[in-house]
Design a protein around this ligand. Structure first.
Ligand code: B12
Length: 357
């Protein structure tokens, strides 16, 4: 399989200028840079996949290493959204543009639990540039609510996005619900792993490394009849474990949170510390759940590496990582054998021992 599209070196100066503007919150300049490229003849698909995706990836690295604040990143996402819309609308108005709707209707949805809305917006605009009329069903829609809208006359194919391996169980739920309706599911996003290695375990029919590949696959599948309804991907014991996690995961996080507050009452002195602890416990449980789904320990190893780098960049104790696994092992019930094995693997991989309680 291909890897994610490499950058386009010719656009490097534009990416730098765009990032400088986005960091200051200078929307007008950033959008202007994207529109200037279009005026100079850069294809709109390239501006999306190279300028905007390239910039978003750097912003993500900046957040990870602590050089971009959360607020700056949020503001930059709003700017990227504006630039995306401006480029797509201008390209749609240009002579020779394909008429919207002439290539039929397409649907793009985020996986359950996935709040990265921009990748799906980008996929949607690329489909629109190819003549599709697109319904984009924003972020994190629960799988059962998503399928409600397809109760009558479901389309033969849907595109599903997943931007973090942490959201793979949610993606599995979304894809499972669509498979049961006989839809072909085209999956895209970095959540499925750099080479899409985790897409099959989720039940994807196609994993697309780029928006362009995804648009090709979706448009081809839309031209074919619906397939037979299919069960969720995975053995019954794995499926049962994942369904229990979806129901009880938040309660397990709250139980681990209660253990944290009992062990370290000073956490309560800072609203941010309480919030961050809860977010980290949830992410750690999601990492273990995703690893259980895809039966691949490397997912946990990569999570540990990433989490430790985030803490180290903020001068926070790296021992939080092992502590999160340790707390969750106290509250995740024994019947969740796959998840517990992944939690133990995470604990063993962490570079420091858990904090004493
Ligand atoms: C902006 C952003 C956010 C915003 C999203 C706002 C918005 N409007 O979308 C918000 C603030 C909500 C957010 C939240 C979080 N985020 Co965030 N976020 C990002 C960031 C910086 C950019 C995302 C983006 O727009 N990427 C643009 C896409 C298009 O790029 P791409 O994925 O490389 O896409 C390529 C392919 O994958 C493919 N593709 C992508 N999607 C699709 C879809 C289809 C259908 C197809 C065919 C192809 C395709 O096409 C592209 C190539 O051409 C990324 C960094 C990054 N590198 O992406 C982090 C990142 C994804 N986030 C991350 C994290 C950790 C989080 C949080 C957990 C943070 C927290 N502690 O709360 C939460 C989780 C929220 C949730 N449950 O979903 C991490 C994930 C790390 C990991 N190991 O999984 C990242 C990688 C940052 C980092 N370097 O650490 N985030």
């Amino acid at each position: 399989m291909n890897t994610i599209a490499p950058g386009r070196p010719a656009l490097e100066p534009a990416i730098e200028a765009y990032l400088a503007a986005a960091m200051k919150g200078d929307r007008q300049t950033a959008v202007g840079i994207a529109l200037d490229l279009l005026g100079e003849g850069e294809p709109p698909e390239s501006i999306i996949t190279h300028l905007l995706v390239g910039a978003q990836a750097r912003i993500g690295e900046g957040w990870q290493t602590g050089t971009w604040s959360v607020a700056q990143e949020h503001r930059a996402s709003a700017i990227a959204e504006a630039a995306l819309q401006a480029v797509a609308d201008a390209a749609m108005r240009a002579p020779g543009a394909i008429e919207e709707g002439s290539a039929g209707q397409a649907i793009v949805a985020c996986s359950e639990g996935e709040w990265h809305v921009l990748p799906g917006r980008m996929a949607s605009e690329i489909l629109r540039l190819r003549g599709c009329e697109v319904s984009y069903i924003g972020p994190s829609i629960p799988a059962d609510l998503l399928v409600e809208m397809f109760e009558f006359d479901p389309p033969p194919a849907v595109a599903v996005t997943c931007s973090m391996p942490l959201s793979l169980v949610g993606s599995w739920a979304t894809v499972s619900a669509l498979r049961e309706l006989g839809m072909t599911v085209i999956c895209g996003g970095r959540g499925y792993g750099p080479d899409g290695r985790w897409a099959q375990a989720v039940g994807a029919d196609v994993w697309a490394p780029t928006f362009e590949d995804g648009a090709d696959a979706l448009m081809a599948a839309l031209a074919r009849p619906r397939v037979e309804p299919r069960p969720p991907m995975g053995s019954p014991d794995r499926t049962a474990e994942l369904n229990l996690l979806r129901q009880e995961g938040p309660t397990m996080v709250e139980s681990a949170m209660a253990l944290s507050l009992a062990a370290w009452p000073w956490l309560r002195e800072s609203g941010n510390a309480v919030r961050a602890t809860r977010v980290d416990l949830l992410a750690t449980l999601q990492a273990a759940s995703s690893a259980a789904l895809v039966a691949d320990g490397t997912l946990v190893h990569e999570y540990v590496e990433w989490f430790e780098s985030v803490l180290a960049a903020r001068d926070l104790p790296v021992a939080f990582v092992a502590t999160a696994f340790d707390l969750l092992l106290d509250v995740v019930p024994p019947e969740l054998t796959l998840v517990r094995a992944a939690l133990m693997e995470g604990l063993a991989t962490s570079s420091e021992a858990p904090m004493a309680r």
